[in-house]
Design a binder for this molecule. Structure first.
Ligand code: SME
Length: 156
């Protein structure tokens, strides 16, 4: 396993393209999903310097906080609530350019201005977790982030 993250430069497309194989090599020998999620959160966070990067896992009718990087966060989110609960319920990536315009957004941190939430699936296609990334700036996330983050969570 690589012991450190190679320095990654360029635009977001270049960064994701360089990061994906590094994530693959770091997690390929690790069967434990928490450990895999922890390093994915760390590598994304370090590469892009997001405000908050982490996972919530599905337990019964709630999402429960999993491995993350960044400030303290809400620990439980109900299905259909907030951006995370909506991504889970609709089984679709949510791109939110301005969290204040998203009805029911859960403000774990007032510094969060935009976000993307990507569902994570098991082999049967059920949503078992979500990857939630928050930015302190408006309009950080677009279709490029969606494309690459969906590829990244697919290797989980
Ligand atoms: N913003 C999320 C809540 C989780 S925190 O941002 C870490 C939401 O509305 O689902």
């Amino acid at each position: 396993m690589a012991e450190h993250l190679d320095i990654i430069q360029g635009g977001k497309q270049e960064k994701y393209a360089a990061l994906l194989p590094q994530i693959q090599s770091v997690i390929e020998d690790e069967p434990d999903q928490i450990a895999r999620m922890a390093n994915i959160a760390a590598m994304l966070h370090e590469t892009f310097r997001f405000w908050w990067t982490g996972f919530y896992r599905v337990f019964d009718k709630e999402l429960v906080l999993g491995p993350f990087q960044g400030p303290l966060a809400c620990t439980r989110i109900r299905r259909g609530r907030g951006v995370c609960g909506t991504a889970w319920q609709e089984n679709q990536t949510q791109i939110v350019p301005d969290v204040e315009q998203f009805p029911g957004h859960i403000a774990c941190s007032s510094a969060s201005r935009s976000e993307i939430v990507v569902p994570v699936h098991n082999g049967k296609g059920d949503v078992v977790a979500v990857l939630d990334i928050d930015s302190a700036e408006l309009g950080t996330f677009d279709e490029t982030d969606k494309l690459w983050l969906e590829r990244i969570v697919a290797i989980l």
